[in-house]
Ligand binder design. Structure first.
Ligand SMILES: Cc1cc2nc3c(=O)[nH]c(=O)nc-3n(C[C@H](O)[C@H](O)[C@H](O)COP(=O)(O)OP(=O)(O)OC[C@H]3O[C@@H](n4cnc5c(N)ncnc54)[C@H](O)[C@@H]3O)c2cc1C
Ligand code: FES
Ligand code: FES
Length: 501
């Protein structure tokens, strides 16, 4: 057991033992370290003004991730290398290529957002495959995704995107200054990894950083009143917006055995509770191709770099994007309490608004998503006011299993935003099963959806809008639903013929 955390900020090693559990990285940087280059804008993960770079060893290799300092807690840095805008520079006292490109392309006016943009751009310029991406369509998409979590209200994005392209081209040819330090930074981070559980105590409370899932289970069983924090992208807002104090935090992501994400021999995808959306993304996209576009729209790069897939389930939000997708795919949740394990279908976990099937001291170990059966047709559609960085008004996730003759054998229709919990549209499913895929079937299922749900009106959408959109998304599935199983293109062709016929 260790009683302090250690991390580097720039080239300075910090060792801390006395820390209020919920202290945010942004407050610590600005108030205690005089690193005021990292700005406070929204203080809720939305604007990116506070973006910093966290370097960690992932499978032995140094990986940089941009995160929002305003909702990142200081203890999360144990064993890491932090870089703020004050640490960014080029070789021989020159500007970093990103900074130089921002100057050249006039990428800054009032400058408030600029440090945050620069950090997101530096994170992107450390990507090893930058040279291959340059000028490609994928490169364009990656730049837009990297900047979607940074808001600028005066310069406009065109000069900033131009600066990013220029910096990327420069770094692809001449190298990126931070990446040039990889061997040295990797070696010093290795020196910080001791695999120990950490217990931090201060007058304000304590933080437990369990090194393993067993240590986490034991700590939580001993104090079920403690708050579990994984990526903190939800819990961070309890602190910054509701000003909550958290006298005992138990970290989830420090348990190394919760970081597994892999496809099992039976084709099911396992995502451990420590796995972020960024880490899970390639696996999820391969497993559920129809969900790819929606998954990329969860939060922003900074949010997905911290947010875990299981935290998205654990928060039980009625408008979380992951749960309806996984529910439609038939996912199962693996829970653990002390030494006891149990497995529940994901849909049975959500009981009613604010109430889940979880006991004191019990936590999510991971989620298991079975492979889509051959003959499946899938559609996942997120409807929100903005394309990027917005919470869904309605999300529909659909998996239909088709018989050889195209009849619908099974239907799983899951929605977010339609009730107090993410849930299935059972009446609409019943209207589809056993039916041919005709306009009459669609109309019957759309009518049934109106019986399945009595949605609420709120600032995101009116009840009428939600009910109408939920029915229309089913029409979209009939029009554009894609096969979840590439070996089943014949079924897809049939599906499209009938849907358009
Ligand atoms: C700017 C911004 C944009 C966002 N956009 C989206 C979006 O587009 N779509 C979306 O769905 N969400 C969005 N979110 C919400 C959030 O990012 C996700 O819900 C995220 O997946 C939560 O994961 P986390 O690891 O950060 O959870 P945390 O904040 O660490 O925890 C969330 C809750 O789950 C509990 N918990 C965490 N891990 C476990 C576990 N293993 N077992 C039991 N309970 C656990 C915690 O105690 C807490 O109650 C956004 C958040 C922000 C700040
Ligand atoms: S201050 Fe806006 S994202 Fe942190
Ligand atoms: S330069 Fe003013 S907000 Fe971006």
């Amino acid at each position: 057991m260790r009683q302090h955390i250690s991390f580097y900020v720039g080239d300075t090693l910090h060792t801390l033992s006395n820390l209020p559990p919920e202290m945010t990285l942004l407050d610590w940087l600005r108030d205690q370290q005089n690193r005021a280059g990292t700005k406070e804008g929204c203080n809720e993960g939305d604007c990116g003004a506070c973006t910093v770079l966290v370097g960690r060893l992932e499978q032995g290799a140094l990986v940089w991730r941009a995160v929002n300092a305003c909702i990142h807690m200081v203890w999360m840095l144990d064993g890491a290398q932090l870089l703020t805008v004050e640490d960014v520079r080029g070789a021989d006292g020159q500007l970093h290529p990103v900074q130089q490109a921002m100057v050249d392309e006039h990428g800054s006016q009032c400058g408030f957002c600029t440090p945050g943009f620069v950090m997101s751009m530096v994170a992107l310029s450390t990507r090893a495959d930058l040279a291959e991406l340059e000028g490609t369509l994928d490169g364009e998409r990656i730049i837009n995704e990297a900047l979607a979590g940074n808001l600028c209200r005066c310069t406009g994005y065109a000069p900033i995107v131009r600066a990013m392209k220029k910096a990327a081209a420069y770094c692809a040819e001449h190298g990126e200054p931070i990446s040039a330090r990889t061997p040295e930074l990797t070696a010093r981070l290795r020196g910080l990894q001791d695999g120990k559980t950490v217990e931090l105590r201060s007058p304000e409370g304590r933080v437990t950083l369990p090194a393993s899932v067993d240590a986490l289970a034991s700590a939580y069983a001993q104090d079920p009143a403690a708050v579990l924090v994984a990526g903190g992208t939800d819990v961070g807002l309890w602190v910054t917006k509701r000003l909550r104090q958290l006298p005992h935090i138990i970290a989830v992501r420090t348990a190394q055995d919760l970081h597994k994400v892999h496809t099992r021999p039976d084709g099911a995808l396992w995502i451990g509770a420590g796995v972020t959306y960024t880490e899970a993304m390639p696996h999820l996209v391969a497993h559920l191709p129809a969900a790819a576009d929606t998954l990329r729209r969860i939060g922003s790069t900074q949010v997905r770099n911290a947010a875990t897939v299981c935290g998205n389930i654990g928060n039980a939000s009625p408008i979380g994007d992951g749960p309806p997708i996984f529910m439609a795919a038939g996912a199962q949740l693996h829970l653990r309490c002390g030494p006891e394990h149990r497995v529940v279908p994901l849909e049975a976990f959500f009981l009613e608004y604010g109430k889940q099937d979880i006991r004191p001291g019990e936590f999510i170990e991971g989620v298991l998503i079975p492979p889509l059966a051959q003959g499946s047709v899938c559609g996942v559609y997120k409807v929100s006011k903005r394309f990027d960085q917005d919470i869904s008004a309605v999300l529909g996730a659909f998996v239909l299993l088709l018989a050889e003759d195209g009849t619908i054998e099974q239907a799983r229709l899951a929605y977010g935003g339609m009730a107090g919990i993410p849930c299935r549209a059972k009446k609409a499913e019943a209207a589809l099963v056993g039916q041919a895929r005709t306009q009459a079937t669609l109309l019957a299922a759309q009518a049934a959806i109106k019986e399945d749900f009595t949605p609420l009106s709120d600032m995101r959408a009116s009840a009428w809008y939600r009910a109408t959109v939920a029915a229309n998304l089913l029409a979209r599935l009939f029009d554009t639903g894609a096969t979840g199983n590439p070996s089943n293109s014949q079924t897809l062709e049939n599906w499209q013929e009938v849907a358009h016929g």
